[in-house]
Design a protein around this ligand. Structure first.
Ligand SMILES: NC(=O)c1ccc[n+]([C@@H]2O[C@H](COP(=O)([O-])OP(=O)(O)OC[C@H]3O[C@@H](n4cnc5c(N)ncnc54)[C@H](O)[C@@H]3O)[C@@H](O)[C@H]2O)c1
Length: 327
């Protein structure tokens, strides 16, 4: 840890805001950037930001990471030597109708962040978000996805841009030397989560008494990872940069795939209400099952997810009722 602040991109986002809180908790100064775009309700992004703005050591800059020189100027101004880069256009389904949002935030945005890092004096470590979606849709053989598995068959544009970020980082680490870590996140959930994700959408409908649509006929399985566990991994990775010239890729998940129907039953329990379910086929771009082998991150940082799904969804349900009201 140095006394220089950490830049968190996507600081008004779900994972960015939780990461910023954790860094502030341990006495770091944090500079956040976010463009508060309307991919989902901006009021939720503003509310997350409000929890940070009142904290000592936090500075926020409203701006687009892909805008020429925006991140570079911020890094120069604050003497940044560590970056946690989480700003991106997320979501698989949105990419079907809005492909250029991914080109802008994920490709141009990632490049702008790397360009800023390479020109920054004494730059130490760039940690950036990748995604489990890079593994594509292939049968799991009983073991979790490993970092050296083949990742050359993305089934969504989102996944393709995340893989492109990894490859761009490998080129930049080789060319310019600054250490980088790409974290492949597996389905993250919890309080202050993202409304476009299934567990959140289901909660809205269950609370409103509306039926829920269960895609893939309920056969999908996901490695749900609680937000606090994810932040443990992010900060652990940040504190342990790889060697100069290296772009290290690490899975960050829970290692326990949960079937969609089990997740829904756990959520019904947490909300104290039963859902009316309408079964639907798979959607384009969705993958059947994902689950992470996290042994590399564990070996590096001692990372071990602690929060089980029932507890995590219980905390989410409490937050949801508090934030939106009991109805
Ligand atoms: N949540 C998950 O389950 C999950 C899974 C895999 C990967 N990821 C990745 O983790 C990262 C964080 O995800 P999240 O769940 O917090 O998403 P999020 O959408 O809540 O947060 C991303 C934030 O980035 C901001 N942003 C987007 N484009 C920007 C731009 N051009 N300039 C400035 N700000 C911009 C958005 O306004 C948003 O607040 C993303 O890179 C995402 O792709 C998340």
């Amino acid at each position: 840890m140095t006394d220089k602040p950490v830049l968190v991109t996507g600081a008004a986002g779900f994972i960015g805001h939780a990461t910023a809180h954790r860094l502030l908790d341990r006495g770091e100064r944090v500079v956040g950037i976010d463009n508060l775009n309307d991919y989902y309700e901006t009021s939720l992004k503003e509310a997350r930001l409000a929890t940070l703005s009142s904290r000592e050591g936090f500075v926020f800059h409203s701006g687009d990471i892909a805008a020429p020189n925006a991140v570079a100027a911020l890094m120069r101004e604050h003497g940044i030597t560590r970056v946690v880069h989480l700003a991106a256009q997320a979501g698989v389904r949105y990419s079907i109708d809005n492909p250029f949002a991914y080109q802008h935030s994920n490709l141009a945005g990632h490049l702008a962040v790397m360009e800023a890092c390479r020109h920054q004096p004494d730059f130490g470590h760039l940690v950036y978000a990748s995604s489990s979606s890079v593994y594509g849709d292939r049968p799991m053989d009983g073991a979790g996805f490993k970092e050296d598995d083949a990742v050359d068959s993305p089934v969504s544009l989102y996944a393709a841009t995340k893989r492109a970020c990894e490859l761009m980082s490998t080129a930049y680490a080789g060319l310019y030397g600054f250490p980088q870590t790409g974290l492949r996140f597996f389905t993250v959930y919890g309080p202050w989560g993202r409304p476009d994700m299934a567990y959140f959408g289901f909660t809205r409908k269950i609370m409103a008494g509306s039926p829920i649509e269960v895609y893939g006929e309920g056969r999908m399985a996901r490695d749900f990872t609680y937000i606090d566990d994810i932040v443990d991994g992010i900060v652990g990775a940040l504190d342990n940069p790889p060697e100069t010239g290296t772009n290290r890729i690490l899975n960050i998940g829970d290692s326990h795939p949960v079937g969609l129907m089990d997740m829904i039953a756990t959520l019904e329990n947490a909300l104290g209400r039963e859902a009316t379910k309408i079964m639907r086929p798979m959607q384009p771009g969705d993958v059947t099952a994902t689950y992470a082998d996290v042994s590399a991150l564990h070996a590096l940082t001692g990372y071990k997810p602690k929060v089980m799904l029932a507890e995590g969804l219980g905390r989410f349900a409490d937050w949801y009722r508090g934030y939106y009201g009991p109805k």
